[in-house]
Write a protein that binds this ligand. Structure first.
Ligand code: ADP
Ligand code: MG
Length: 500
């Protein structure tokens, strides 16, 4: 196994030292994004009736299929509806009036048996005419993708060969992942689709030379979508439904607000009746107020909302730990000697770092010690990013070091362990945690109610303070692993998480 030579140790120590200066260049997802923290909920949000959904039926069948699986923790979703449309939650997919082709996709391809809670509640709102907009929040891993993919596939007229549904995602990886779900779920529908993401260097053709998009569903990233719209290659004339995945980030100042607004305005010019769906596990108050305002100002018609209090967002099936380490080198030793030694008995692991420098340093250190890890970050070539994600999804690699590029949305059910090598902090205020990014990172484990564990590696008082702020924000306690050098403590932690 790992070869702990003196030479390796000294070169690792050097790499750790070199990685310390802060990197200035960054792209989205490579460092945590700050959320705006001004403004509060508008009075309009409070004037509508709130319906408590705590009494929903739970999906018993999944427990038997996988003993690491609990129910997706979305029992405390509150729904706020407007107007006089009555919605009844769907206990089965049949109740949703989906086409037989879609039902076949759900049962045969996806192997789903019944809707999760967010699906049971949001799908009637999405699919019942008049098609109202929806701002929907639900816990990580609770099945939001299915809500908007079924929404898109149900609204498309198969006889019309033009873009009718558009889904915008923050990263190439998420656009590809959502496209894979769409293709699988819509396999029997014959509906056509295209990914609007930057081309890799092997198949590059200039936008001006490409044919106009005729696919019925388009899923992509905001930069490419805007480029295609500007070049008149992507027409908005027949668009019926617009989806934002990770919507809070898509409309945050530190995220893709400008790009997203541009797309919304382009759609609004030809189609003010287009239905807008916004999904995320996190909407801080400011973003939520802004999102509601944008939908109200730009599009016609009412909007419904579903939301979760921040104290109820943490996944109960994922046990969170903190490990105090004397210095940066000790953090690597914890990963190497404690966590990775146990990780392969458990499942796959994602190790999150804050900067590209940390990613390279940790990758180098772990490989020098003889561990097989792959690393993904925004500076890699598109095709290399795709390959690394595919290998991890195919289970060919077990440990993935990542910047926040994969913090949101990445769905791999075998990931049971998340390690925060660095805690996520706000770009413009590094003494403050980025609580939204923290929650999303934790949510890479525990998909659809599965069991998982998170180790937060802390060194120095600043890390302690940031961790304490995260705990306060979510009103939860993160258990301390007493000694960073004790194998027994880590085994006990994983046992308590239900993983060993
Ligand atoms: P999120 O809410 O974080 O976007 P996803 O949509 O990525 O969650 O779903 C998480 C996982 O749960 C996926 O692997 C998906 O296939 C699975 N899943 C979603 N809905 C169901 C369902 N009704 N039955 C079984 N598994 C489901
Ligand atoms: Mg998602």
């Amino acid at each position: 196994m790992a070869d702990t030579t003196a030479a390796a140790t000294s070169s690792v120590a050097k790499a750790v030292a070199e990685a310390q200066p802060q990197e200035t260049k960054r792209s989205w997802g490579d460092e945590a994004g700050a959320e705006p923290d001004h403004a509060a909920l508008t009075s309009d949000d409070k004037s509508v009736s709130a319906l408590n959904l705590e009494s929903l039926a739970i999906d018993e069948t999944k427990k038997k299929a996988n003993n690491f699986l609990d129910d997706p923790d979305d029992s405390n979703i509150k729904s706020v509806t407007v107007g006089d449309t009555m919605y009844t939650s769907a206990k089965t997919f049949e109740e949703l009036n989906l086409s037989p082709d879609l039902l076949k996709g759900l049962y045969v391809e996806m192997k789903f048996e019944r809707p999760s809670k967010i699906q049971a509640h949001s799908l009637p709102m999405i699919l019942t005419p008049p098609y109202k907009h929806l701002i929907a929040q639900a816990q990580n891993g609770s099945g939001k993708t299915t809500c908007f993919i079924l929404g898109m596939l149900s609204r498309v007229d198969p006889k019309l060969g033009a873009p009718q549904a558009l889904c915008i995602c923050p990263t190439r990886e998420l656009a590809i992942q959502n496209m894979e779900v769409l293709k699988k779920m819509g396999k029997y529908t014959g509906i056509t689709s295209e990914c609007a993401i930057p081309m890799d260097s092997t198949n590059y053709i200039p936008v001006s030379q490409r044919a106009p998009v005729s696919a019925q569903v388009v899923i992509g990233t905001p930069g490419t979508i805007n480029k295609w719209v500007t070049a008149k290659k992507l027409s908005m004339s027949y668009l019926k439904i617009l989806v934002f995945d990770e919507a809070d980030h898509m409309l945050a100042e530190s995220g893709f607000k400008d790009d997203s607004l541009r797309i919304m305005k382009a759609i609004n010019r030809s189609n003010p009746d287009c239905q807008v769906l916004l999904f995320s596990a996190t909407f801080d108050d400011a973003v939520r107020a802004f999102v509601s305002k944008i939908v109200r100002d730009l599009f016609r018609g009412d909007y419904n909302q579903m939301f979760v209090n921040k104290e109820e967002l943490s996944l109960e099936s994922v046990k969170q730990y903190k490990v105090r380490c004397p210095d940066e080198l000790a953090k690597i030793m914890v990963i190497k000697d404690r966590i990775l030694e146990l990780a392969n008995k458990v499942g796959q692991t994602i190790i999150f770092v804050r900067t590209r420098n940390s990613a390279s340093m940790l990758h180098k250190a772990l490989t020098e010690y003889g561990y097989e890890v792959t690393t993904i970050q925004g500076a890699l070539k598109q095709e290399d990013r795709d390959k690394i994600v595919k290998e991890f999804k195919d289970g060919l690699t077990q440990v993935l070091v990542s910047t926040d590029l994969l913090a949101r949305g990445f769905d791999q059910s075998l990931v049971n362990l998340v390690v925060n090598f660095d805690l996520p902090v706000k770009h413009d205020l590094p003494s403050e945690p980025d609580c939204e990014v923290y929650l999303h990172r934790v949510g890479r484990a525990g998909r659809f109610g599965r069991k998982g564990a998170v180790f937060n590696l802390l060194c120095r008082d600043r890390d302690d303070m940031i961790m304490a702020k995260i705990e306060k924000h979510f009103n939860m306690e993160v258990t301390q692993v007493l000694s960073w050098t004790s194998d027994e403590d880590f085994v006990a932690a994983l046992k308590k998480a239900g993983l060993l």
